[in-house]
Design a protein around this ligand. Structure first.
Ligand code: FA5
Length: 350
């Protein structure tokens, strides 16, 4: 290449580029790619050879020839990088595809995990009610004011709203304060007659203690048909509690006020932690409010598109988190949201 001009340098580098491109198209692995890198960019590679020959180029052409060689080098480096990225992506895809081959015949290690007590109790109560012909429904955790309050006979500025302060979103929606927020949706979905339960996470802006959390679970139930009365309500509550506890527990029913039922009741359970003598889990009263309930208010039926002249129904709002406390003997409700695996993984189904 002695005395070569920048014009013939251009031709030479062009040939090198073409040869490189053709070899690159055959590269299948990073080993191939490395070999190509050495052939063209290595110490004894084709670009290094051009650089060596640069000394023989006429002085006034050297700069231009150097630029042409550099461009070829950059071209090769760029293409090698692209190919390297392509090979990495292909390898990742191959690994992901291989991982998706799931072998369900592999033995399962029973020590791998356990269900959260809320999951256990929720499934148990769902099963009890579905065996009695109730649908099990799901509902959003973010709701609007209408479903959480207005459809439940709690107009704006009603004092009952003060008992359920919650977290509002910028768009006016809110985190649901109670599972009753789904009543209207269920009535609209099924019409009457209907029987359904719908568990869900609830949120309230309140201070926590051994029996109050700002995030807890309820399981709501409604039953609407012709001639439904308080006797039906009491029957279903009794059946549910005796199935869950499978032993004698003491409950009491007392009047309670909720704008969406009339009449309304508080159903309390005698604290299973202290046996009724009083402890922090029951705020020293011996009793724990567990499952308020009542006969659905005619305005609520009407809002759900159901004629209150023809149908009546009951509703209840079971405190699922408190039920888990009472069933499993969990003294402090805050353990349930704690993520403390030593405490939470010791409960078994049934
Ligand atoms: C209600 O939420 C009504 N929606 C229930 C209802 C439904 C009444 C249908 C009538 C008909 P209350 O705010 O009392 O009511 O909550 C119901 C149950 O949820 C309580 O008895 C309790 O068991 C549980 N609960 C309420 N607040 C908390 C809290 N901060 N932490 C843990 N559990 C709670």
């Amino acid at each position: 290449m002695a005395g070569e001009t920048d014009c013939s340098m251009l031709e030479t580098t062009q040939k090198i580029r073409e040869k490189f491109s053709s070899l690159l198209s055959e590269v299948k692995s990073s080993a191939d790619l490395d070999a190509l890198r050495i052939e063209f960019l290595g110490k004894k590679g084709q670009i290094a050879a051009l650089m060596t020959n640069l000394k023989d180029v006429a002085a006034d052409r050297k700069k231009e020839a150097g630029r042409i060689i550099n461009e070829a080098k950059q071209f090769i480096e760029e293409k090698l990088r692209e190919k390297n990225d392509e090979l990495i992506a292909l390898e990742e895809k191959r690994q992901i595809d291989a991982a998706e081959v799931y072998d369900d015949t592999l033995p399962v290690d029973p020590g791998l995990g356990s269900y959260h007590p809320i999951t256990l109790i929720q499934r148990e109560v769902e099963e009890i009610f579905s065996s009695m012909g109730f649908y099990v429904e799901d509902y959003s955790e973010i709701v609007d004011d209408y479903h959480c309050f207005e459809a439940l006979n709690i107009p704006k500025h009603h004092p009952a709203r003060d008992m359920q302060d919650t977290y509002y979103l910028d768009n006016g929606q809110l985190l649901k304060t109670h599972t009753s927020a789904a009543q209207n949706y269920i009535m609209r979905k099924y019409g009457a007659p209907v029987r359904a339960v719908f568990p869900g996470r609830c949120f309230r802006n309140e201070s926590t203690d051994a029996c109050h959390e700002n995030t807890f679970f309820q399981l709501e139930g409604i039953m609407i048909d012709r001639d439904i009365s308080i006797s039906n309500l009491i029957y279903f509550m009794k059946t549910m509690l005796s199935e869950v506890f499978k032993q004698d527990i003491t409950v009491r029913l007392r009047p309670g006020f909720f704008p969406f039922v009339e009449p309304g009741f508080e159903l309390d359970i005698k604290c299973t932690i202290c046996g009724g003598v009083g402890c922090p889990s029951c705020k020293n009263s011996g009793w724990l409010e567990l499952c308020p309930c009542g006969m659905i208010h005619p305005n609520v039926l009407r809002a759900g598109g159901i004629d209150p002249e023809e149908y009546t129904g009951f509703a209840f709002g079971l405190g699922l988190t408190r039920l888990a406390m009472m069933k499993y003997g969990i003294k402090d409700i805050r353990v349930l949201n704690s993520g403390n695996l030593r405490a939470l993984s010791q409960f078994i189904d049934g």
